[in-house]
Ligand binder design. Structure first.
Ligand code: FNR
Length: 189
């Protein structure tokens, strides 16, 4: 029997805070991924604000390894809160900076989006804004399942483990969808 194809996905949490529910969700996804799927979290806390005066000729040095990781990945997973009905500024800035790199790392990349908020509709508005941004970047976003984790404060235990039974069924489905989309992107069909 042939070995299963291996996948390497890059994961980004849109929240910078230590006790973030979104980072908990990202880690839950990492933990439940089968052994042939590696999910590597990257951090963007050190990326400066994009400034065309400074960054048109040369992007900040911190960006280059992240661009390379995204470019080489089989897909990207973004797990983000919703701030004021939209994408958190730090995450948006990261995407803006990366998008100016000539390698265009998001172009034709398979992307999965999910998010957790303490509100009722679990980042739905942020997710639709992020999908719109991905259109400009020429990324392809998984359509289903849509994972909108509302009332996130009740979905994890004190150690940060995901406890919600429905979500425990949805996370693997999102990964399966990302694998399928990644395969389509790499086969060019
Ligand atoms: C929020 N929060 C929030 N929640 C929501 O459902 N819709 C929203 O528009 C906002 N707006 C918002 C703006 C700002 C500036 C903050 C700091 C928070 C609440 C948010 O869901 C909650 O803080 C989450 O816990 C943030 O995610 P992390 O940090 O736990 O991953």
């Amino acid at each position: 029997m042939s070995a299963k194809k291996e996948y390497h996905f890059i994961a980004i949490s849109g929240s910078l805070r230590k006790g973030s529910y979104n980072t908990m969700a990202l880690k839950a996804l990492q933990q439940m991924a089968p052994s042939h799927i590696k999910i590597e979290q990257v951090h963007f806390d050190n990326i400066p604000f994009y400034n065309a005066d400074l960054h048109t000729e040369q992007l900040p040095g911190e960006v280059v390894p992240l661009v390379k990781k995204i470019k080489e990945a089989d897909g990207v997973i973004i797990v983000s809160p919703e701030y004021n009905y939209s994408i958190p500024g730090a995450l948006k800035n990261f995407i803006d900076v990366v998008s100016r790199h000539p390698d265009k790392p998001f172009s034709e990349k398979a992307v999965a989006i999910m998010g957790a908020s303490q509100g009722q509709i679990g980042t739905a508005r942020m997710q639709y804004h992020l999908r719109q941004v991905m259109v400009f970047l020429n990324a392809y976003v998984v359509n289903k399942p849509e994972i909108m984790i509302g009332h996130a404060q009740h979905k994890f235990d004190e150690s940060g483990n995901l406890t919600d039974e429905f979500l425990l069924t949805q996370f693997p489905l999102l990964l399966e969808s990302l694998v399928r989309l990644s395969d389509k992107m790499s086969s060019g069909s």
